[in-house]
Design a binder for this molecule. Structure first.
Ligand SMILES: [Zn+2]
Length: 298
């Protein structure tokens, strides 16, 4: 018998034992999981709220119709949709945050203003918008037209309860750029947005989820920043707010053609990853493991 087969058999036995033990403890785990959800806030990530333009990857787009299905789902399930800053206040006050979620939008596409903003208002929700400093108000004609929101549009959204944050100046992955360019990427948006819109931003989302210790140390230099979003799936808890405010957890929502089921799955992923992280399984490792498993299983 090959080593592979032996390992496979041992794995099966371990899985069966784990399943039996799991059944016995299911009640307790379920109760523990529900308790966890009372102090954990998931964050979801969107990009463009549009039908997929030609030449774009579909993971960057959720159509307005599907996006509204997602919002309807949140409304029906009684979700409180708040901003990251509000989430920090709620978590610090140790309130029950069951069914609370943060919706984030990266890159600053104009459809965030024309589509997402009115829909969020319709349902009484708020959103976090992360803007690329050098692209504000610009139009690009690569692979179709890409239009970015203007400062006037962003200011209007801010005045109506939306939260605006930085997605750096250039959108280059922060962990890969030279350390002497970090101040421009991180500090410049603070000044630029204050100068153009009259308010200080408090949050940053890392392009492509890319960051490291040097990046976090640079952000901490500028006290205006209160939080940062990584691309690590999970939930945000008081522990994260206190110990890793620049590594907030969030997961992408993608249109896989299942309507509200797609947002339900994304929320489940956040809660499960967050729960396991609290039990000591690092979310980064879990995420890599899951990606590997998906690749192996095709
Ligand atoms: Zn981005």
């Amino acid at each position: 018998m090959s080593i592979f087969k032996s390992v496979y058999r041992i794995l099966c036995v371990v899985l069966v034992i784990a399943a039996v033990c799991g059944m016995a403890y299911k009640g307790r785990i379920k109760e523990d999981f529900e308790n966890y959800k009372m102090h954990a806030i998931p964050a979801l990530m969107y990009h463009s709220i549009s039908k997929v333009p030609e030449g774009w990857t579909e993971d960057l787009c959720v159509s307005p119709e599907v996006f509204e299905e997602h919002l309807k789902y949140l409304k029906e399930k009684g979700y409180n949709v708040i901003t990251a800053r509000q989430a920090m206040i709620l978590l610090k006050s140790r309130q029950n945050v069951m069914n609370t979620v943060i919706l984030t939008f990266d890159d600053g596409y104009e459809d965030n203003y024309t589509q997402a903003f009115p829909l969020l208002k319709k349902y009484g929700f708020r959103g976090n918008f992360f803007i690329i400093g050098k692209d504000v108000g610009k139009t690009f004609n690569q692979n179709g037209t890409v239009q970015y929101m203007t400062f006037a549009q962003l200011k209007e959204m801010y005045q109506q309860g939306m939260e605006i944050g930085s997605h750096t100046m250039s959108h280059d992955p922060l962990a890969a750029i030279k350390p002497n360019f970090l101040p421009w990427e991180i500090y410049q948006p603070l000044n630029l947005f204050h100068e153009k819109m009259g308010f200080w931003i408090a949050g940053i989302a890392f392009p492509n989820g890319s960051y490291n210790e040097t990046v976090v140390a640079e952000i901490k230099k500028y006290v205006k920043y209160e939080y940062g979003f990584s691309g690590v799936p999970g939930c945000n808890t008081l522990k994260i707010v206190n110990e890793r405010p620049f590594e907030f957890r969030r997961a992408g929502v993608y249109d896989r053609g299942r309507g509200a089921k797609d947002i339900e799955r994304a929320l489940q992923k956040c809660y499960i990853f967050g729960y396991l992280e609290e039990k000591g399984i690092p979310a980064e490792i879990l995420d890599k493991g899951l990606t590997l498993l998906n690749e192996l299983l095709g």
